[in-house]
Design a protein around this ligand. Structure first.
Ligand SMILES: [Zn+2]
Length: 302
């Protein structure tokens, strides 16, 4: 979450409420006072119809305003406001979906945020798998291309990568078995050609420190080619060595046996390392509570 984004949220919120609601003597720890409840209901009622605007940019900014309203509540996030935002993760436009996922992952209620983001990642992966590859798809983005269909497919993919990237970043900070399951399911679909997403998914799984997640990462390293020399399709596949380094870095602060070095001639016994060390990773994370979400988002380790 960037400072600029927080500042812009603050502005939206201050405008919506007239004055910052922090420190209201009438709001309790669990309920808004009548005045703040009325102001919030009015602000939400004004925004809801705009979620159906024909203009995607208006839908996007409405999602962001709802998130701002939610973040400013003196009593913590509202599951009701989160549901309105969660309803936008399957918007027809990727920019709206991305905004909804970022908003949900930026401190909205985890009861709603976790399943919504997890489902969104699954749906995005399915949609990506459906886009066919054809001639011209591998040209670098922005390169001259006389095939408008290939250009359209590339644009579609880039937009879906943005949605998936936002979902991966959000799930990383929502310690929950459903976050792990969604990331584990996505992992094998990211090939060597998706280095950014492959790395981000692996880093998220390692940050969550769930046994199933780490196991999936170790399996992914195990299936990566050893000593690949490249082919007419491209240079050597280095994804195994890259992932091995991501894991080694992630476990550095832990009291755990170091991960074997990558070996370009002969693969180490990754499964043996996992069998010996799996006890260091939680068998279950359970459901992410509000408190756990706050800790994870504040960067405190579980
Ligand atoms: Zn109040």
């Amino acid at each position: 979450m960037t400072i600029a984004w927080l500042v812009s949220l603050g502005l939206v919120v201050a405008t919506a409420f007239g004055a910052p609601p922090d420190g209201c003597p009438s709001c309790s720890a669990t309920a808004l006072c009548a005045q703040h409840q009325k102001e919030e209901s009015a602000a939400v009622a004004e925004l809801v119809p705009k979620l159906k605007s024909k203009d995607a940019f208006e839908r996007q900014s409405t999602v962001s305003k709802l998130a701002g309203l939610d973040l400013a509540r003196p009593i913590g996030p509202s599951a009701e406001i989160a549901k309105l935002v969660a309803g936008m993760v399957d918007d027809e436009k990727a920019i709206v979906r991305t905004e909804a996922v970022k908003s949900l992952g930026g401190g909205m209620h985890p009861d709603v945020a976790v399943p919504a983001i997890a489902e969104c990642l699954g749906a995005t992966m399915k949609e990506l798998a459906k886009i066919p590859f054809g001639r011209g798809d591998w040209s670098p983005p922005g390169a001259a291309n006389d095939d408008p269909k290939a250009a359209e497919r590339r644009k579609q993919r880039e937009e879906l990568y943005a949605v998936a990237g936002a979902a991966i970043a959000a799930l990383r900070q929502l310690p929950d078995d459903r976050s792990v399951a969604a990331l584990v399911e996505a992992l094998p679909q990211w090939s060597r050609w998706h280095e950014e997403q492959l790395r981000a998914t692996t880093e998220a799984l390692m940050a969550l420190r769930a046994r199933k997640g780490v196991e999936a990462v170790i399996q992914r390293i195990k299936v990566a080619p050893v000593g690949d020399a490249g082919s007419k399709w491209g240079g050597p596949d280095k994804s195994g060595a890259m992932l091995r380094d991501v894991v080694a870095r992630a476990i550095q602060p832990m009291e755990i046996e170091p991960l074997p070095e990558w070996n370009d001639k002969e693969a180490p016994d990754w499964e043996k390392w996992f069998a010996k060390n799996q006890k260091h990773f939680a068998a279950k994370l359970g459901k992410c509570s509000l408190e756990e979400m706050k800790k994870a988002q504040a960067g405190e380790r579980p």
